[in-house]
Design a protein around this ligand. Sequence first.
Ligand code: ACM
Ligand code: ZN
Length: 744
Amino acid sequence: MMSNRIFFVCLLCAITILGRTQLNVIPQPQSCVFSKSGAFVLNAETKIVYDPAFSSEASILFNLLLESFQLKNELEPFKQPARGIIYLKRKNGEMNEVMAHAEYYQLDVSEQSVVIESYKGVGILHGIQTFLQLLPVEVPSSGVLSIGALSIKDFPAFKHRGLLLDCGRHFMSTDFIKQTLDIMSAYKMNVFHWHLTEDQGWRIEIKKYPKLTEIGGFRTENGRQYGGFYTQNEIKEIVDYATKLHITVIPEIELPGHSSAAIAAYPYLSCTGKSIPVETEWGVFKDIYCAGNDQTLQFIYDVMDEVCSLFPGKYIHVGGDEAPKVRWESCTKCQKRIKGNQLKSEAELQTWMIEQVATHLKKKGKSIIGWDEILEGGIPADAAIQSWRGMQGGIDAAQKKHGVIMSPTSHCYFDYGLEGIDTKRVYEFEPIPNELNAEYQNFIWGAECNMWTERAPQETVHSKILPRMLSLSEVLWTHPKEKDYNEFERRVKQDFKRLDKKGVKYGFISTPLQFDSKINGDQLWVELKRYSEDVVLKYKLKNTKMDWVDYRGSIPIQSKQVLAVSMKTLGTENESVVERTYAAHQGLGKELKLNYTPSNSYSGGGYNALLDGRLGTSNFRDGIWQAVQGKDMEMLIDLGGIKDVKSISTQWFHYANAWIFRPQRVEYWGSVDGNNWKLLLGDDLQLAAESPGELIVSSACPVNDIPYVMRYVKVIAKSIGKCPNWHDAPGEPSWLFCDEIVIE
Ligand code: ACM
Ligand code: ZN
């Protein structure tokens, strides 16, 4: 049988095309027919009237209209048809297959009236949001708005259209969350996945365990306490707010991993029982809940009981991702549990633990969602899967007839930069993988965009979510068969005016700027490319006296310089500054031989990246850093002729939590003929290998005193080998990350 979704799309695609180029609505409605003539005139006399079932939606419409428009009349229940009304109407009569959708709505604009019609409040609200997007952003001085007559019939392709917000890494105010919910509602996103517990902070008040928030709600950052939590009243306030907007809130209470903050509050929850601090670093940590300890399970049940009473929705997200099993492997209680339940592995123990929690939740009428790792020990009965490490977890779960939410890192991770995931890439996302047979496609409920906040405090979050979430909204709601990205981008740009008016700090559509560097002879040039004519670029070289100047063409780089570029989108409030460091040096573009193949994911831009003059940023994924795993790095440079060399220097990334370690030692060798080598310096790096944080470590080989004559330079970086025992992934091959060999 054809899936409902495909049936609906086929049925309506003919009329859909009609309106596609003229309608400034996101997500694009499934169908729109414009009338040849006629328009509704919205003025201060306009009345909002409603079916009694829709009084809440009527208030929302009234308040949203008030943001730009004063209505003289109060809201009133519908009495009889009249000219100049906006009528929220309850739909009667036979439901056909299309209309049976709870979110279905019709919007009819005529000279007489605006009628928004649906079976349910949720459909009415969607109709309201579409109607509001039909209005011009600025009200003309006449105070009268004219909306061309049209008829829209609309419903979503996917039922689960979500945003994950990580309030664990950074705490966010309730006002900010409400504003985020308003934005979601405007684009018909209907699931707020609230990530409430993390290694770096426990954010939900649990009355039975007050230390969870007293201790677990705060971490020590630069000598100060950072954090916060939501009281149960605040949680209820958010849930009520979301419910009025027909947004379901799914709380995520992570287990068994990402639980350092809970263990900091109650150390007995872990296998060792030892005290640990609320984490201050990002990453994956080995102290997780002990699955062999009945007291730990009781704790989880108690927490879940309070969570269930706060969140009326059917689903509780229990996490399940990134849970290292090192502690379980050496814990007598966990091992006893494995034997006692005839389990084969720690992965099966995780499934067992999650099943216990799922069984407990089921008694309260709840079901669980977990990240795709929970498939590893066998999929827990009834669990829905959120697939993040690609689509495969989702495919496997759908084939086993489990519900699936797609959130692959390739398209749905909005903490990633625009270089990898821009608005276009998200728009290209297809939630239903080709390899999934039609019979399983209905198990794909939809998708979520994930806003992890390790590097995104509240004030930057909207610039990361927007406008990328608009792409996901259209992918999930309209699910256009043939995607016209340019037409979509045109609507996004229109929408920026609306967001400006609301004071929303949205971000760029794509990398607003591309830094291209070129080597011409010995000269390094930087060229800036804008994604759009609407972006105005200014720049300055920071370590000079230069002031901001308009960018007009390639910028010459002398020595080591920090280039700051300001980007402003014309006609909007959107402006930001980015910096890149460059080094002009004798090695630029020279012949290079490596004893390793750079990692595909971290090539640094190609084989010759270490002589391209670009220095890495504090983000090791910036495309500038070059990396190799499980090997030493050896680089041989031919300067093309005999040169005076005054210094050779290198930079290394260090981030133990991501298995990236600075080299043990960096050796600098010089040679005139390529046969006889002289060791110039063996630099044993001072930074302790266990140093926390994300660091850029410099190593320099000065040869200032006696300018050394050489044609060949060799740099050998000795890796620390496997990740050490104190680390979360002992025995895994470590990474080396280098950005440039600067030869002066
Ligand atoms: C995840 O990004 N660890 C689900
Ligand atoms: Zn244990």
